[in-house]
Design a protein around this ligand. Structure first.
Ligand SMILES: [Zn+2]
Length: 418
C-alpha cells in the first residue's frame, strides 16, 4: 500500500540551500487523510479570531484547552488521488498541510525506533491531538491534547513556525517525552527534568532532519564527513542564516550549573552536546567498519579533538577519505543516525519521571548498549558523559522562575486534573 505525499521544507524556506521543498511520503495509507488534514490520530486547523494560546490562562484561572470551536480557514483538501503535495507555499492550506505532514513524518521516524505506535499523552482525555496554527503567538508549544505553532517576528518579518521543520519536530519531541517518560509528581520535579525535556526535543529534531535525503547529501558535501564543522545539522530551530536558538555541537559542561540555572534550554546543552559527540563517535566507528577511514585516522581524530590543531589537520584527512568513498560515508552516517535514534527511544523507556537526573540518562543508555551489543559503544558513551561532568556535577537551584518563553510552561497543562 502506498502512503500519502506531502511537500516539506527540510529546513526553513528562507535558508538559501533549502529553498526547495522535498516531496515525502508518510506512512498514512493514501486515502486515509481527509480535509484538514486530519486522520484517526490528529487534525490540523488554522483558527480565525483565536487570541490566546492553549495552556496559558489569561486570568490565572483554568488554562485554555482544546478543542477550538470557533471559525477556521478552509481546510487543506487532498487531491483526487489522496495526496497533498500539489499545494504550493503561500496559503493557509499549505501551512496546515506542512504542519500535519511534518508531524506525521517525525512520528513515523520515531515509531520506527520505538517499534510500535507512540500514544499521545492526552489519549485518555482527547480522542485526537489538535495541531493548531496561531500567528498571534511568538512561540510554539506542545501540551495536553495539542501542538500549537506561532511565528517568529524577531527580524521584522513574519515567519510561521508551521513551515519550520526543526521547530515542529522539537515540539513533537516534547510530546513524545510527555507520553513516554511522563510528568513527575509536583514535589519530584528536578531542574534536570526540564533540561532533559529540551535536550530530548532537540535530539528528536536533529535525528529527524537526518531523514531528508537532500539534507544528508548537502551535509556530507559541505563537510566531507567532518561533522564538527558548523553546518545545518548542528543548528536546531534555525531562524535565519546567522541566528540559531541552540547548537548541538557545544562545549557546555554540567558543572557550569553548580551554582544554579535560569533557562532550561541552557541546562539541557551538556546533555545534547554529549549525545551529539556520541553520534559523531558512532559515525566514526561505522566508517571504520566500512573501511572508509583508517584506524590511524580515527585514533588521530580522538586525540586532536580538544585541540586547536583539530580543524586544519582533520579536514584534510576527511577531504581525502570522502573523495574515495562518498557512498560509504552516507551509509555510515545513516547507520549512526539509526543507532542513536534506537538507543534514545530505548533509553527514554527506561527512565523514571520522578527525580530525573542526567546521570540516570547516562546509566540507562549504557544499559541499552549492553542489551543491544554487549556494550560495544560503552567506552564512547561513558566517556562522552564524563567529559560533560554528567554523573559528577550537582546542579544548583533554579534561580528564576521559568520565563514566558519556556516550553516547560506547558508542563502544567500536562498535570493530571482533579
Ligand atoms: Zn522546547
Amino acid at each position: 500500500m502506498t502512503g500519502t505525499r506531502f511537500k516539506l521544507f527540510p529546513q526553513p524556506q528562507f535558508l538559501e540551500s533549502f529553498g526547495e521543498p522535498e516531496i515525502v511520503e508518510v506512512s498514512s495509507p493514501v486515502g486515509s487523510v481527509g480535509p484538514g488534514p486530519e486522520d484517526h490520530r490528529m487534525y490540523t486547523i488554522f483558527p480565525i479570531g483565536k487570541t490566546q494560546p492553549y495552556g496559558i490562562s489569561p486570568d490565572g484561572q483554568d488554562p485554555a484547552a482544546p478543542p477550538w470551536t470557533g471559525p477556521v480557514e478552509p481546510p487543506a483538501e487532498p487531491d483526487a488521488d489522496g495526496h497533498f503535495d500539489y499545494l504550493e507555499p503561500g496559503t493557509p492550506q499549505f501551512e496546515t498541510a506542512h504542519l500535519f505532514g511534518t508531524v506525521r513524518f517525525v512520528m513515523d521516524i520515531w515509531e520506527d525506533y520505538f517499534d510500535r505506535e507512540i500514544p499521545w499523552q492526552g489519549d485518555t482525555r482527547y480522542e485526537k491531538q489538535e495541531l493548531t496554527i496561531l500567528h498571534s503567538l511568538e512561540n510554539a508549544y506542545s501540551g495536553f491534547g495539542f501542538i500549537e505553532m506561532g511565528v517568529d517576528r524577531s527580524d521584522g518579518e513574519t515567519r510561521p513556525f508551521a513551515l519550520n521543520f526543526d521547530v515542529i519536530a522539537h515540539e513533537v519531541g516534547h510530546a513524545i517525552i510527555y507520553s513516554e517518560v511522563g510528568v513527575p509528581d509536583p514535589r519530584r520535579f528536578t531542574g534536570e527534568y526540564f533540561g532533559f525535556h529540551e535536550s530530548a526535543a532537540d535530539l528528536v529534531a536533529l535525528i529527524s532532519s537526518l531523514h531528508f535525503n537532500s539534507l544528508v547529501d548537502l551535509l556530507l558535501e559541505n563537510t566531507h564527513g567532518n561533522l564538527y564543522m558548523l553546518n545545518a545539522a548542528m543548528r536546531i530551530a534555525e531562524l535565519s542564516e546567522n541566528k540559531q536558538i541552540r547548537i548541538a555541537a557545544n562545549d557546555v559542561r554540567l558543572s557550569e550549573f553548580a551554582k544554579g540555572w535560569v533557562k532550561e534550554h541552557h541546562l539541557g546543552q551538556p546533555l545534547t552536546g554529549a549525545f551529539f559527540d556520541i553520534l559523531v563517535d558512532i559515525f566514526h566507528e561505522m566508517l571504520l567498519d566500512y573501511g572508509a577511514i583508517s584506524p590511524e585516522m580515527e585514533a588521530l581524530s580522538d586525540e586532536l579533538l580538544a585541540t586547536h590543531s583539530y580543524a586544519p589537520v582533520m579536514q584534510e584527512l576527511f577531504d581525502e577519505a570522502y573523495a574515495d568513498h562518498p557512498d560509504l560515508f552516507k551509509l555510515a552516517l545513516l547507520d549512526a543516525r539509526d543507532i542513536l535514534g534506537t538507543y534514545l527511544a530505548d533509553t527514554w523507556q527506561r527512565l523514571s519521571r520522578q527525580d530525573l537526573s542526567f546521570a540516570d540518562v547516562a546509566d540507562a543508555m549504557l544499559a541499552v548498549d549492553q542489551a543491544h551489543t554487549d556494550g560495544r559503544f560503552a567506552t564512547i558513551i561513558a566517556g562522552n558523559f564524563r567529559l560533560r561532568d554528567i554523573g559528577e556535577a550537582v546542579v544548583g537551584p533554579q534561580l528564576a522562575p521559568l520565563g514566558e518563553d519556556s516550553h516547560a510552561n506547558s508542563v502544567r497543562t500536562m498535570l493530571p486534573m482533579d
